[in-house]
Ligand binder design. Sequence first.
Ligand SMILES: [Zn+2]
Length: 478
Amino acid sequence: MNEYEAVIGLETHIQLNTTTKIFCACKADSWNDPPNTNICPVCTGLPGVLPVTNEAVVEKAVLLAAAMHAEIQPVSYFDRKNYFYPDLPKGYQISQYDRPLARGGYLDLPLEAGSVRRVQIEKLHIEEDAGKTRNDKNRRLIDFNRCGVPLIEMVTGPDLRSAEEAGQYLLRLRQLLRWLGISEADMEKAHLRCDANVSIRPKGADYLNPKTEIKNVNSIVAVREAIQTEIERQIREVEAGNRIEAWTLEWDEDAGVLRKMRSKETEADYRYFREPDLLPVHISTAWQAQILANLPELPLERRQRFMEQYELPEYDADILAAERSLSDYFETAVAAYGGDPKRVSNWILNDVLRMLNESGKSAGELQLKPDYLAAIIKLVDDNTVNTSTGKSLLDKVESRGRAPDEIVAQEGLAQVSDTSAIQAIAAEVLAENPEQVESYRNGKVSLIGWFVGQVMRKSRGKADPQLARSVLETLLNQ
Ligand SMILES: [Zn+2]
């Protein structure tokens, strides 16, 4: 069998998290609202109304364009994209066509073994969303709430080479959108939607074959599965001597199959023309500078810096820089701790992440402030408390919101590091367990762990376990 490679491009629609819609003052997010409650004459396309562009939409789009290394255009235009569909009340969608808000750009995906896949961006523009249609037995129900919700459409070049890479792109894009705070980017809620263009070619070839388009995939797992299924189908067709036709396919998640929808429209079918009711979008140098003053260090840059500046393994850096509030938490804790950053990373990866998962909070919402985490690690480092007491302090600080040293003082949690106190406890343990003492002295030295456990129990967890061990060994070997 010949060797093939997949050629994949992704078309994403990103719902911006503005308060109001793109051209009217209606509430933008209707997730929990009954149908047709956030609508007005503008977004339902009644005659005689005029749309007005929401500045916040432009600002969020400029942030994304800058983060994607795209060229922000000083002037861009809105166009009407004409098509007839029940949930599009105007008969056209206001979009951008030949003069979009930004041009070019790319996202560098870190792949395995330090390699990077550069994914070019072919298109980035703002537009309005259409409504929703629902079939109810023999009726069609239309909900206009979503009409006029602001979207960014972003289309990649045919740069992805596997279903896995397509999934990676979406993961990194979702991370970036949340990091910038411009979209909730929840695929299940259609804040982030993805269509995939898929073709195959002999490995190493540089031409493109006809592609199919997969529509309506609403999770990253589903995108991977749908693309993989389509790649395998195309290989089977080509191997059987058949041609690939430019179908539009729909992924049926429950059945795990792709169904043919219709042949694809071409751009000419949309009869684009300039939107006469809206002014062009002018982005002055001053406005752009003002918007970009809020552009944070980006997740992939921060991930790289964590590896260099703190000498963290890639695994740690990837998790710590996955989310902005967690990465800020880590850096604040490292600064407060002043010691080895890897030690702070270990405490976060082992314990703080568990607390975040259990509570559903973000790192910035914890009562266990980064300074408190640093203080707990220091208490363990200088043997004021042992490791297990240190770990139990995390939850105590979180539930009470008080400083670790206060809790240690109040509950008498400080470790017993006084040799004579431990000797007294150890002597009691030996006196109470003559059989175990005899087995130990007859050569079953592995019992030492059990003896340490008894001393820890008698001291209510406060004994210094290493000191307990050496005291016990001395007494047992006498
Ligand atoms: Zn409206």
